[in-house]
Write a protein that binds this ligand. Structure first.
Ligand code: NAD
Length: 262
């Protein structure tokens, strides 16, 4: 039995590898999906791949009228909105050197876009008795990372927003959760590693218990779980999808006691 049969979904940042995997997984459970992103090339290609089950709507999450347009398209295409997945993000981060402009842009895309999207879908979800929202956090929300100031702050704020929204929208039957991926094979890792997954896994191994990066599908599976009735009593939660990254302490997988005794 499909868990999202005849449901309507919006996925922002759908033009990414992670976004595409999420859209495929939602379609695989029977949903119709609006792919909302600024990258039309990749978005249109994905919509083509997903046939009549998905449509691309070019949407800048920093522009309220474009958000309203995407929501109107979703109502037209799906007839209802049950699911919102907020993936769109930008790595606008120059650490301590980041000017105000970068802070504003970072928060506008990574946090405010998700907030405004949720605001726009809320009445439509409430009208069908509720819905499920999944926000994208990150392991970066929890720890200090060298040279990174703006992005981790937006992701930490996203997790707090998730808790606040979960509380206030529960009365509408809307569940709001987050996933916090660890390193995931994505456009950015593909780019900076020169397309070398093996090297990426090698670099990631010391700080992921499972000694590799996630696949986009592994992240999509967790997101899909939070979108379906299988997670019906989960709201306000953050689900790490990080191969053990966040459970590991500063000692990593080393054994300092053994070193001391040696
Ligand atoms: N890649 C990782 O290892 C990793 C780890 C933890 C969390 N995440 C999170 O997963 C998500 C996807 O990450 P990614 O690495 O694939 O990101 P990415 O930079 O490859 O993609 C971001 C997407 O957002 C879209 N986008 C940017 N600005 C936009 C705007 N104003 N309006 C609409 N869309 C816009 C881009 O076109 C792109 O498709 C992000 O939320 C990121 O924070 C990624």
């Amino acid at each position: 039995m499909l868990l999202l049969e005849n449901k309507g979904a919006i996925v922002t940042g759908a033009s990414t590898l992670i976004g595409a995997a999420v859209a495929r997984a939602l379609v695989g459970q029977g949903a119709k999906v609006v792919l909302a992103d600024v990258d039309a090339d990749k978005g249109e290609k994905l919509a083509g791949e997903l046939g009549g089950k998905a449509v691309f709507v070019k949407t800048d999450v920093c522009a309220d009228e474009q958000i309203d347009g995407a929501v109107a398209s979703a109502m037209k295409f799906c007839g209802r909105i049950d699911v919102l997945v907020n993936i769109a993000a930008a790595y606008v981060d120059n650490g301590p050197a980041s000017p105000r402009e970068d802070w504003l842009k970072s928060f506008d895309i990574n946090l405010f876009g998700a907030v405004m999207f949720l605001r726009a879908v809320r009445p439509h979800m409430a009208a069908v008795g509720g819905g499920a929202v999944v926000n994208f956090g990150s392991t970066s929300a929890h720890v200090a990372q060298a040279g990174r100031w703006t992005y981790p702050a937006t992701k930490a704020a996203m997790l707090q927003f998730t808790r606040s929204a979960a509380l206030d929208l529960a009365a509408d039957g809307i569940r709001v959760n987050a996933v916090s991926p660890g390193w995931t094979w994505s456009g950015i890792l593909d780019l900076i590693s020169g397309g070398d997954l093996e090297k990426t896994n090698r670099v990631a191994a010391p700080f992921h218990m499972l000694k590799r990066v996630a696949t986009p599908e592994e992240v999509a599976n967790a997101v899909t779980f939070l979108c379906t009735p299988q997670s019906s009593f989960i709201t306000g939660a953050n689900l790490p999808v990080d191969g053990g990254y966040s459970a590991m302490g500063p000692e990593q997988m080393l054994s300092p006691i053994a070193q001391l005794m040696g």
